[in-house]
Design a protein around this ligand. Structure first.
Ligand SMILES: *Cc1c(COP(=O)(O)O)cnc(C)c1O
Length: 467
């Protein structure tokens, strides 16, 4: 159905930017299985997650709250793990807590951390240190010491100063630390486009063009306390096409070939980073883990064959693609307001009890989300709506444009899909709003992984109180 064919179409056509891909859905109650966790279904109109009706979850845990489908996550972790020849490191910055770290460990994956805090969570979970990789463009001396002392499997070096610092840290600890050299390959990839340049103006890694990457390898080799394991590149995020990875792999393999020719060096491992995309809105169509990993393997094998190099072991670091689709944020609607715009069009604002403090991605990246009425289905005609939060910012938008039933009213529960990655992990206490809980759901059971913050938590750091 075209937008203008809808009864409310002409009005909405003025509100949506033109051209806009957001077609009126045939049925606003449908849950696109590409977007929602595998256990999401409607039973008598009510959304169920992990075998429990969302209204019951909301009663027990309040709103807003994130509900994480454990089986959905584990199934995807297994699918990544099932491809031979590829090591998979979950990028913990997407979302990390001790329970999740344990699941990742149980499924046989590795874990990327990029701060002392993330390392502390991994360690508290008992995550096997040999399967931890440590990232970051400015790891502190203390963070390097903690990583070396923990016995992490990889440290990804990012600057000449850091190579020197890490070499001394490892020497003091009496260990030979395995490292990867992060290479800036000159590929910037995002969703369906990528840009290949000779150079990238960014803070991460060693430039290929300027020969810094080769010099960094030389410095690692010269340090007795460091052991070169391989090369690393990370080209972007929310990527659907593998052509950017192809250019990155081509450049990494060319560097490996020149290191072989110049130094007789063999590079055992190539890490292609993360960035694999997920479906946020209808029409997003990421490939399966198996398809993506086999394609990446094929690319590296081809590039290596062309350079007559033995194919190295490949590693990838999905964050969003592992945890993103598994969680849903449930909010309660507080107000519904129709605002008349210049020209007479009307925009419907649906305000919920969270917002940019639990999901900053829409405000920060203009990210797209979709959402659905969770406590009931509705036969009311769809109305183009904007879901906004409760913060004191007009940019506090959760879902910019979505078709919701026109009878959405205060007290309704609204579920926003695909909020597992970079929502709770980027949450803030802006406006002194307590951060929401994360609750896992599975087989009719629900378990709090992170509890909701309380007003006491918010005041805990405040030294101006006499108690
Ligand atoms: C952020 C990041 C990732 C994970 O990115 P996703 O888009 O969540 O897959 C992996 N590796 C590195 C080095 C990163 O910085």
């Amino acid at each position: 159905m075209s937008r203008s064919a809808h009864p409310a179409g002409p009005r909405h056509a003025d509100v949506l930017p033109d051209p806009h891909p957001l077609a009126v859905p045939d049925d606003v109650n449908l849950l696109d299985p590409a977007i929602w966790p595998s256990s999401a279904r409607r039973v008598n109109g009510v959304l169920e997650l992990g075998g429990t009706p969302v209204p019951a979850l909301a009663d027990r845990h309040g709103t807003p709250a994130l509900f994480l489908d454990e089986e959905d996550l584990r199934t995807r972790a297994r699918a990544y793990r099932a491809v031979d020849g590829v090591d998979v490191y979950y990028a913990g910055k997407a979302f990390l807590c001790t329970t999740l770290a344990r699941w990742i460990a149980q499924e046989g994956l590795g874990l990327d951390v990029c701060t002392g805090g993330e390392l502390a969570v991994a360690r508290a979970a008992g995550f096997p240190a040999a399967r931890i990789a440590v990232h970051g463009n400015n790891k502190s001396s203390a963070e390097l010491e903690q990583a070396v002392a923990a016995g992490v499997g990889r440290i990804v070096v990012d600057s000449f100063q850091e190579i020197d610092r890490l070499a001394r840290t490892a020497a003091r600890a009496g260990v030979r630390q395995a490292v990867l050299v992060r290479v800036t390959v000159g590929v910037e990839a995002h969703t369906h486009e990528f840009i290949a340049t000779a150079h990238e103006d960014q803070k991460f890694g060693f430039s290929l063009r300027d020969g810094d990457a080769a010099r960094a390898v030389g410095e690692v080799l010269a340090a007795e306390s460091l052991q070169l394991r391989g090369l690393h590149s990370h080209i972007g995020s929310q990527i659907f096409e593998t052509s950017g990875f192809e250019v990155a792999a081509h450049r990494l393999v060319a560097l490996a070939a020149s290191l072989r020719d110049g130094l007789g060096l063999e590079i055992p491992e190539l890490n292609l980073g993360g960035g694999l995309g997920i479906a946020y809105v209808h029409g997003d169509d990421p490939e399966t883990p198996k398809q993506i990993l086999e394609r990446l393997l094929g690319i590296v094998e081809r590039e290596c064959a062309a350079m007559r190099l033995p194919a190295p072991r490949i590693a990838v670091e999905p964050g969003r693609a592992l945890v993103g689709p598994s969680a849903v944020t449930v909010y309660e609607v507080g107000t519904v307001k129709d605002v008349r715009l210049d020209g007479g069009a009307v925009r419907r604002y649906v305000s919920v009890d969270g917002g940019m403090s639990d999901n900053i991605r829409t405000a920060l990246y203009d990210a797209d989300y979709t959402c659905a009425l969770a406590g009931r289905s509705s036969e009311a005609p769809p109305a183009l709506s904007r879901v906004v939060g409760k913060h004191c910012e007009s940019g506090d938008i959760v879902v910019r444009d979505v078709w919701l039933p026109s009878d959405v009213r205060p007290g309704d529960l609204l579920a926003v899909a695909a909020t597992g990655a970079y929502c709770r992990s980027m949450a803030s206490n802006y406006n002194y709003v307590p951060r929401p809980p994360v609750v896992s759901v599975r087989d009719g059971q629900d378990t709090v992984l992170l509890r909701r913050e309380t007003d006491d938590d918010l005041l805990r750091l405040d030294q101006g109180l006499t108690r």
